[in-house]
Design a protein around this ligand. Structure first.
Ligand code: SF4
Length: 345
């Protein structure tokens, strides 16, 4: 296992608090930081970080919305939000056991954009991109171009769902499904709602967290209109990700009848402390979100520096169990290729 400690940088004079540019979510998306140099300048880190960041960026590009960046501490390379998005030279070092498709998803695609590996539910890749690029992402090498269907291919996907009456749930994933337009999502939600054996529509998304303005009237309208039960699984790893705008976005989603859950990834240097995980669960619940899963890292090439050994992960959850009521305790799990469900640790 290769690990790398982030070197300290010289302290800099405190700066004025930064705020995200206001406005609609598409503009915020266009204005997201996409160059290592711009990310370092925005968070106040010097050029020593540039060579490593550039190397990582060439394998998996930098993408950080200002609304997320604004929650980072200035000039702190150990900031837990920055660590999730800052490329490091370590990403380019091959590590035994860390591979490009750790979940072997490419083997479970019966139709374009469809991953069917669990009973009663299918995962539909609705968008090939994300609003933020997380360095530990298990799909960072996924060939989205081959699996993101055209509108015409969605008809084949919907036929597949109609033809399997064991299915109960459609999961929109990606990438981030909320990067799709509301017109497209409304069309898809309606088509799914017309399949009688489906009961639930689930969305896996990080957008309400990284650009809370994504939760706008158009989104709430099609969500509220669907006959399906709606579940949104957010992805938040650290309590500092939950600011007032995220709390407000969660409240609006709940008002549209959406059940909110959260999944986190256990990440070295980000949230691998019981105090941090306990604070995360408390903060989630204050925002109306239930902690659902705490995933151990999927062994994807380029992310080994985030790995937390299983034994340490178990100890962390035991410490959490002593602190929190059971309903705030996320389930510690791993995804194992070929297994019909997540594997508890
Ligand atoms: S938002 Fe999710 S899918 Fe997108 S890069 Fe981050 S972890 Fe991966």
């Amino acid at each position: 296992m290769i690990t790398r400690t982030i070197p300290a940088v010289q302290a800099k004079a405190p700066q004025e608090p930064r705020s995200a540019p206001a406005g609609d979510w598409q503009r915020q998306l266009r204005e997201a930081i996409r160059q290592p140099r711009d990310l370092l300048a925005a968070v106040g880190l010097d050029a020593r970080w540039l060579a490593g960041a550039q190397l990582g960026h060439e394998a998996f590009e930098v993408r950080v919305p200002h609304a997320f960046m604004a929650r980072m501490r200035h000039a702190d390379p150990n900031d837990p939000l920055l660590r999730q998005v800052l490329p490091l030279a370590a990403e380019g070092e091959p590590v035994t056991g860390f591979v490009s498709d750790p979940l072997e998803e490419a083997d479970h695609t019966p139709a374009a954009g469809l991953i069917h590996k669990y009973a009663a539910r299918v995962l539909m890749i609705t968008s090939g991109a994300c609003a933020i690029n997380c360095r530990y992402c298990f799909r960072r090498h996924f060939p989205y171009a081959e699996h993101t269907p055209s509108r015409a291919q969605w008809y084949d996907t919907l036929d597949y769902l109609r033809g399997d009456d064991t299915l109960r749930e459609a999961i929109l994933s990606g990438g981030d499904p909320l990067l799709s337009s509301d017109a497209r999502l409304a069309w898809l939600a309606q088509a799914l709602g017309e399949i009688p054996h489906l009961k639930r529509l689930r969305l896996h998304t990080r957008l309400p967290v990284v650009i809370p303005d994504r939760v706008d009237d158009a989104l709430l309208e099609w969500l509220a209109a669907s006959r399906l039960q709606k579940v949104m699984v957010l992805h938040i790893n650290h309590p500092a990700e939950i600011d007032a705008a995220v709390v407000q976005a969660c409240a609006r989603l709940k008002s549209a009848g959406v059940t909110l859950l959260n999944q986190s990834v256990l990440l070295k240097g980000v949230n691998d402390a019981a105090t941090t995980l306990a604070a995360l669960s408390e903060r989630l619940f204050e925002a109306g979100v239930l902690p659902y899963y705490l995933h151990v890292l999927d062994p994807v090439a380029g992310a080994s520096h985030f790995d937390v050994p299983d034994e340490r992960a178990r100890l962390l959850v035991e410490a959490l169990r002593a602190e929190l009521p059971g309903f705030l305790l996320p389930r510690l799990v791993r995804e194992v290729p070929g297994k019909p469900a997540k594997t508890p640790l």
